[in-house]
Design a protein around this ligand. Structure first.
Ligand code: NCD
Length: 300
């Protein structure tokens, strides 16, 4: 792995390798050392968890970070092209972690730069490091990634996390239930990929009947900022709201995941439900990102 741009480039062995490394880092069995190296965090779109967990990961590895959060204070504001900004930052840093609103931006960066690029989200396309921390969270709570029943709920069209996660799970024989408002269904190219790999999936509207069968429920935010017409957002913003009552008949091993931020799709009362796992999931982001940086920077 020289770059991490899309989950398409990460095979089953790589996934299991990264999970193994994250576990070893978390339990103190290995201590990859990034000292003397600089990671540039280039975030052209808002971020809390991805930005701060990458920054934390770099510092825990004893590296240093250069951070840009929002392009308002840089020469992007003066009309500098993305290519020129990237070329410049690559003169200073040893690797780049980038979030950008344009689909394919990270791929573009990886093609023009000589240093490693990690995609921290490109528009509605991919969010591979989130998928890896999601997989780590699933593995930690289920003891396996194989043969799980997983519901993905919310904005499956514009939410990039579910695209990367669905692709990543295709190596592990999942059964998927996709629940979304009609115009926010999983994109055709992802469904085609699942079909080609003979992955079982069903598009459903009502999630209640399947809840007692699930191992994992992965809820996502309706992506307001990606709607062209605000009225369209207003129509679907309350489509799915998870509360404690809906989770009364879940299996013992059931976990509720969400990449966060949440708006109103999970009621705050659920936070203290023993099946809620989204804040631990966010915590898992740090060790998984330490593992990803360690692999990409060839520290292990
Ligand atoms: C997600 C993202 O940015 O795609 N957040 C994250 O990285 N944890 C999900 C979202 O914004 O809804």
């Amino acid at each position: 792995m020289n770059h991490l741009v899309s989950m398409r480039q990460v095979g089953k062995d790589d996934i299991l390798d990264l999970i193994d490394l994250a576990e070893k880092i978390e339990t103190g069995k290995v201590h990859p050392d990034l000292s003397g190296r600089l990671g540039a965090l280039l975030f052209f779109e808002p971020s809390t968890r991805t930005f701060f967990s990458f920054d934390t990961a770099i510092k825990r590895l004893k590296g240093r970070s250069l951070a840009m959060s929002g392009s308002g204070t840089t020469s992007v504001k003066k009309g500098e092209t993305l290519a020129d900004t990237l070329m410049t930052i690559s003169q200073y840093a040893d690797f780049i972690v980038m979030r950008h609103k344009i689909e394919g931006a990270a791929q573009f960066a990886s093609e023009i730069l000589d240093i490693p690029v990690i995609n921290a989200g490109d528009g509605t396309n991919q969010h591979p490091t989130q998928a890896m921390l999601d997989l780590y969270s699933i593995y930690k709570t289920q003891g396996t990634l194989e043969n799980l029943k997983i519901a993905m709920i919310g904005d499956l069209r514009l939410g990039r996390t579910v695209h990367s996660l669905a692709q990543a799970l295709t190596d592990f024989n999942p059964t998927f239930y996709f629940a979304s408002p009609r115009h926010l269904q999983m994109p055709k190219h992802i469904k085609d990929e699942l079909q080609n790999k003979h992955i079982k999936f069903e598009e459903i509207e009502d999630i209640k009947p399947v809840i007692p069968e699930l191992d994992i429920m992965y809820v996502t935010r309706i992506q307001k900022e990606r709607f062209a017409v605000l009225e369209d957002y207003e129509k679907v913003k309350n489509a799915y709201i998870i509360d404690n009552q809906m989770l009364e008949d879940v299996k013992g091993n059931f976990k509720l995941l969400h990449p966060l931020p949440r708006v109103n799709e999970i009621k705050p009362e659920v936070d203290s439900n023993p099946h809620a796992y989204y804040f631990q999931q966010a915590k898992n982001g740090v060790v998984m990102r330490q593992a990803i940086i360690s692999k990409i920077m060839k520290l292990v």
